[in-house]
Design a protein around this ligand. Sequence first.
Ligand code: GLV
Length: 320
Amino acid sequence: MNKPKVYVSRVIPEAGMTILEESCDVTVNEKDEQLSKAELIKNLQDKDGALVMLSDKIDRELIESCPNLKAVSNLAVGYNNIDVEAAKEADIIATNVPEVLTEATAELTWALLMAIARRIVEADKFLRAGKFNSWGPKLLMGNDIYGKNLGIIGFGDIGQAVARKAAGFDMEIAYNKRNKLSIATEKRLGVKYKNLPQLLAESDFITINAPLNSETYHMIGTEELEIMKETAYIINTGRGPIIDEKALVEALKEGVIAGAALDVFENEPEVEPGLLELDNVVLTPHIGSASREARYELAEKAASDLVAALTGGEVENPVT
Ligand code: GLV
């Protein structure tokens, strides 16, 4: 029997390649650069399966232009880049990779939270610019994290991991999500539900750990930012379009909120130019899951589900 033909749209960790190569005829985008949609369509013409990135738009046009495609595996937990409905109509199995990146993404959320609260990036730039001439009682003062209110928007695996990691900071932790948890679960996790305006008004640190969908698109805009405390920070490791980036720049410039730390952007890889000019912002290039451990496991899981989908095996993480 001929092996299924698969295309991998970027160079992935070896662990994933080994799994794919055992059962498939594999072609990789060795250039390891983002492909345009036209290039991706061209490369997928004779392929049965594709292992794609969150930056590859698997929309209806692509799906309808790739007649052989039977499975698409997304090297990410978020799958807003895939038109799941169009895939279903074309009998394409789409998969994502939950769980293995939960802790890594929650850790980055905390790294950003701490970096913005204690002005780590600003301080580093200050020192490298040769400005550290003497210790100063008012030099680069930031804010305590200990004892403050943490508000988590999106309370799935990653949001809950962010809450767990607050242990030791003695914070009051609130969450907002579509479906409120049971009282017993809230008790076990040490969190309480707040509706969005209440969470915005009362939190000192707000982290966004929600998926992007029609309900979360621009969930945070001018009106919501105005509800926040002037001393509050917002951290986004979910998806860029959850925040209206232009509104955020205005709020940061006007002192409506104290600062922001962002790993994701509205029009990635572009970043709203206003953000680049501000000191009260920390910016990272979508590296939430970029620990070695998480990326290796991501590659393995994405590869094994693609193989399962193409060989009649049991698919672990289909998206519907
Ligand atoms: C990263 O953003 C992911 O969705 O896996």
